[in-house]
Ligand binder design. Sequence first.
Ligand code: NAD
Ligand code: ZN
Length: 372
Amino acid sequence: MTTHSLSVRTVSVDLGARSYRIEIGAKLLQQGLKYLLDWVAPEVPGKLRLLLVADSAVVETHARALALSLQAGGPEVHLLQVPSGESTKSSVQLQRIYDALVEMAADRRTIVAAIGGGVTGDLAGFAAATYARGLRFLQVPTTLLSMVDSSVGGKTGINHPRGKNLIGAFHQPMGVLIDPAVLQTLPDREYRSGLAEVVKYGVILDADFFEFLERNVTGLSARDPQVLSAVICRSCELKADVVRQDEFETTGLRAVLNYGHTFGHAFEALAGYGQLLHGEAVSIGMLCASRLAEKLGRITADVTDRQQRLLEALQLPVHVPSDLRDRPAEIVQCMLLDKKTEGRELRFVLPSRLGHVETVRGVTSEQALSVL
Ligand SMILES: NC(=O)c1ccc[n+]([C@@H]2O[C@H](COP(=O)([O-])OP(=O)(O)OC[C@H]3O[C@@H](n4cnc5c(N)ncnc54)[C@H](O)[C@@H]3O)[C@@H](O)[C@H]2O)c1
Ligand SMILES: [Zn+2]
């Protein structure tokens, strides 16, 4: 992590020719042009053109400021609004982006930028990955989840009616701009849901970071800009380091990021639309996984207790909803269908201490269900 004058923190994502930087700091949206020019001007001669794809929920509050700052220096900026919500990761919205690119006669010098949460980033990133075999892509995440998770790692894509994220590509952005102040407008549940992924990084990779979170619950709840900036920076560093070692998900290393997600995805899917946000399901899922690790004799109860106390302090749910507890067969079925599962074997990422996890195979459904 480096911190320079205007207290901008930089995380370098080292991926050889696909390396890029994540810049985190106040008022970065108003300085968008400076970064854009830094990143692309040497490579792209002539007038820059940019398609800014914006979640309609942030158009007035954040996207206009970014568009204005970009236009001020000359680039031609086209703004395309997409509706809020998961259903926007669709072929219909993808087609709208392609249409806008055709309309503006996009060429290799055209940049696609996304401003919004993971939905906007995944959709616009996939358009950038596929239009004309790949356009430059800039990410401006506006949810905590997208800042610490979806904007790092280069996964882009849309949903198929039969399954989430089924159509996609790896396409690294040329840069990521994060202004923690945009989180001030994020609804409380969405914000806390993002905190679950932050806690996850502490558990899987960094016990000191976990302790930092424990000490800063008040600042986190108040969305204190200093605390947020530090937390976003460390989360991005931790994810970037995993991605660096397993960019295309081939070595299995990237699987550590799946802690709490095998249980979590099952809860999310079964709870019914909108009942549990992703991070809320992951919060409950992490505690199930941790309790499973206890049952298998891998950790002592205090490791689970600390996670539970922190998640509760951050007002995240920690108990499996009672109606789900009554559906064990469906939970197992969902976990077996999880795309990270191989064959008919249940596999979990489990802690062996705070800050370290391992993939554990051959867990029986009885063992898995015993922690609900
Ligand atoms: N590419 C990856 O590696 C990766 C990783 C994790 C998740 N994802 C994907 O990310 C998506 C979830 O992302 P998300 O949680 O950011 O959801 P999201 O993009 O749907 O945003 C959540 C909600 O917050 C609103 N919003 C966004 N920013 C706001 C702001 N600053 N102020 C007010 N409202 C705001 C949105 O309109 C939306 O209603 C899923 O589709 C998931 O598959 C991708
Ligand atoms: Zn997640």
